[in-house]
Design a protein around this ligand. Structure first.
Ligand code: NAD
Length: 442
């Protein structure tokens, strides 16, 4: 099939590449010239495991190309995906500027019948707006489909090649057959392609993200209570997650959720409800509790060192909003690092992939270093914010000897409290007891 993917970001680049991998001809379009130039030189502008190999293979076969020329790409394609950003507007609603701009551009470029697919996360009713925007620019026939994306950054290739489910909102049986055909190579293991009306498809994406955000937030709140009552959230998590109705995923407490999706999507869902005269009380509470959770680590640091952190240096491990990505959009690390800086502390930070993003966000305000030991060197305490695998088994002796004080605030519970106490660390984690360190003055 001839496919045009408009918006070559985390979603568009991965989805476009995976469609090319199954033999389709895919043209990825973006407005950012620098991005397209990089891709045409074989440089991947984002970090996503496995993506480079897949892009190389498909560009060398000629099935995957990159351009800024939307007009030409649309003319050459039957299926046109919209995968541009939908950032939060000032009032929390989803800003559809890019989506509707692209819809108009597709309309102008059309040279015959087209299928237009909303892959961006968009509020219920957006397909109608897209239809309206396109029809103002063209007399040609077209269909609008909602096909929300469920990939996770860090596992995006696997999620795209073997999705748990594919959701297709469509009202034309011929287009339904076309979309099922397009996705058939990805669901050979029996995962469902769920076909529904367009509005339900748009709603499904928000309901999924809201439930996931609520699950994390619920566990974060349980972790806080565990600390108060002297329970260990790790045991509680295992006990709760073993119930098959609940499951183990998304029960790990931490420093609050971030990323480019959950925060904006729950805001947009709450806004949709408000515009229909309804308050989503659970969703609004999720947002509020998550904001509190992001302040938790700085609060613990201040409870230990006092409100004034002047003269103290903090090593930071992990800045991306989660491991295996360079994405720092809405990352809790931003709130935590800024909290330390505002209290007068200094920060030396390391992240395996997000250093360029961190440089854009923090500039000269923090010191970015080349590895985790350098970040901890001379620090009064180490803050673990993102649970990259490489932080799981460090050389604790080297770490303890290089730090000014052997104190760790672990926002992801990656170590065992007993072991850390035995190694001489003063170890604070989330929802678990803090034990006195042995053989150390920390
Ligand atoms: P992104 O910011 O990484 O990519 C969007 C791309 O669109 C950018 O490269 C931007 O330059 C380009 N763009 C903007 N306006 C354009 C235009 N007029 N013409 C062509 N290109 C244009 O965003 P993303 O993370 O890929 O997210 C895209 C959408 O997918 C959002 O709605 C998001 O909510 C949704 N989504 C994201 C994820 C994720 O994990 N990132 C997962 C599921 C759904």
């Amino acid at each position: 099939m001839k496919i045009c993917m408009i918006g070559t970001g985390y979603v568009g680049l991965v989805a476009g590449t995976c469609f090319a991998e199954t033999g389709n001809d895919v043209i990825c379009v973006d407005v950012v010239e620098r991005k397209i130039k990089m891709l045409n030189k074989g440089v991947i502008p984002i970090y996503e495991p496995g993506l480079k190999e897949l892009v190389d293979r498909n560009t060398s076969k000629g099935r995957l190309t990159f351009t800024t020329d939307l007009d030409k790409a649309v003319k050459a394609s039957l299926i046109n995906f919209i995968a541009v950003g939908t950032p939060p507007g000032e009032d929390g609603s989803s800003d559809l500027t890019h989506v509707l701009e692209v819809a108009r551009a597709i309309g102008k470029a059309m040279n015959g019948y087209k299928v237009i697919v909303d892959k961006s996360t968009v509020p219920v009713g957006t397909a109608d707006q897209v239809r309206e925007a396109v029809s103002q620019e063209t007399k040609h026939q077209f269909d609008v489909v909602s096909n929300p994306e469920f990939l996770k950054e860090g596992a995006a290739i696997e999620d795209s090649m073997r999705p748990d489910r594919v959701v297709i909102g469509v009202d034309n049986p011929r287009v339904e057959a076309l979309m099922k055909d397009l996705y058939s190579p990805f669901v050979r293991t029996g995962h469902p392609v769920i076909v529904m009306d367009v509005r339900s498809a748009e709603m499904t994406k928000y309901a999924s993200n809201a439930l996931l955000a609520a699950k994390i937030t619920f566990m974060n709140e349980m972790a806080l209570l565990c600390e108060k009552v002297g329970a260990d959230v790790n045991f509680v998590r295992q006990g709760v997650g073993s119930d098959l109705r609940i499951g183990h995923q998304f029960l790990f407490p931490g420093v609050g959720f971030g990323g480019s999706c959950f925060p904006k999507d729950i805001k947009a869902l709450a806004h949709t409800a408000q515009s229909h005269g309804m308050t989503l009380r659970i969703i609004e509470a999720v947002e509020e509790v998550n904001e509190r959770q992001k302040m938790l680590m700085t609060g613990k640091v201040k409870a230990h060192f006092g409100d004034n952190l002047k003269g103290k240096t903090f090593g930071v491990w992990g800045l991306s909003f989660k491991p295996r990505t360079d994405d720092m959009r809405e990352a809790p690390s931003i709130v935590i690092v800024n909290g330390i800086l505002e209290a007068g502390g200094k920060v030396r930070a390391y992240d395996p992939q997000a250093m360029d993003e961190a440089r854009k966000i923090f500039g000269e305000k923090i010191t970015l270093v080349d590895d985790e030991y350098e970040a901890a060197h001379g620090a009064n305490a180490l803050l673990i914010i993102t649970e990259w695998n490489e932080f799981r088994e460090p050389n604790f002796e080297v770490l303890r000897n290089s730090m000014k004080q052997p104190i760790i605030f672990d926002g992801r519970n990656i170590y065992e409290p007993q072991k850390m106490a035995a190694l001489g660390f003063h170890y604070f984690s989330i929802g678990r007891p803090t034990l006195a360190p042995q053989n150390s003055a920390g």
